[in-house]
Design a protein around this ligand. Structure first.
Ligand SMILES: [Zn+2]
Length: 272
């Protein structure tokens, strides 16, 4: 995640969120176990993931109307949340994460709503991030303007992967859910599997972590396979059109990359 920094810092809301999260459930079941493998219906050899809408995880209303663009995204950008690699794989934890991220983005970053379009929890639950992301994905011809990657927010779907993947890989079920979600997004919008990137391809950030970034070629292959395309996925080139503000003021962009959830909002932070 990234974007213009804001100074609307609300310590009280963070404390409240932390207290709320402290009571999150600890059910051991993962998303796949809980949903029996997700909703059937994939045509290209994958299951369309069950995506919990904002109303399902207790989202607040956006502070202003989200902007819906009459355009399809050109690519997908994968992030990690840089939060602890918890072993609580429950639905409750996934919902708590979604609420904490929204609280951080709205109350501390000053954004109108959650920054990213979708979130994949450690337990492989998939959730809507910014409002209207799910309905526009379903229609396949519109895109919600987001706040997850400087210069890409009007052209790229942003997916947050719960965890810190600098020295660990994501759990197998989570990675599979990420691939299912990417395949669904690709099919709905006509995005080729080769157009899946990591946040660091566009901004100066460690996101999505060395280990998850190293898995992106596999992710592209897995998504291509799900889409029925076994012709091989070309290695994508680093996009040439880096954001204009990158060249103009790289330090300003670096300062804007405050995507990490503060310690205490969702358990102890891990080293970056
Ligand atoms: Zn990121």
């Amino acid at each position: 995640m990234t974007s213009t920094p804001s100074h609307r810092f609300s310590r009280r809301s963070v404390v409240l969120a932390a207290l709320t999260l402290g009571s999150a459930g600890l059910l051991p079941a993962t998303a796949r176990a809980a949903t029996g493998g997700g909703a059937p219906g994939g045509r290209g050899g994958f299951t369309v993931p069950e995506i919990t809408p904002c109303a399902g995880w207790g989202a607040r209303e956006p502070s202003e109307d989200v902007v819906v663009l009459a355009a399809r995204p050109e690519r997908i950008i994968v992030h990690h949340t840089a939060t602890a690699n918890v072993t609580d794989y429950s639905r409750e934890r996934a919902h708590a994460l979604a609420r904490a991220v929204q609280t951080y983005h709205m109350d501390m970053q000053g954004w109108i709503d959650t920054g990213q379009h979708f979130t994949v929890s450690r337990g492989a639950f998939v959730l809507e991030g910014r409002h209207n992301s799910l309905s526009t994905l379903g229609a396949g011809d519109e895109l919600v303007r987001a706040a997850h990657c400087v210069g890409q927010n009007s052209v790229a779907i942003g997916i947050e992967t719960e965890g810190t993947y600098t020295s660990e890989e994501p759990p197998t079920a989570q990675f599979a859910a990420l691939a299912d979600l990417c395949a669904h997004v690709c099919r709905q919008y006509g995005v080729p599997a080769s157009e899946i990137y990591g946040h660091r391809d566009f901004n100066s950030t460690a996101c999505p972590g060395d280990r998850l970034y190293a898995l992106l070629p596999k992710l592209r292959q897995d998504v291509a396979r799900r889409l029925g395309d076994d012709l091989g996925v070309p290695v994508p080139r680093r996009p040439a059109h880096l954001p204009a503000d990158w060249a103009a003021d790289p330090e300003a962009v670096a300062r804007a990359l405050t995507e990490y959830l503060p310690e205490g909002l969702l358990g102890p932070a891990l080293p970056r």
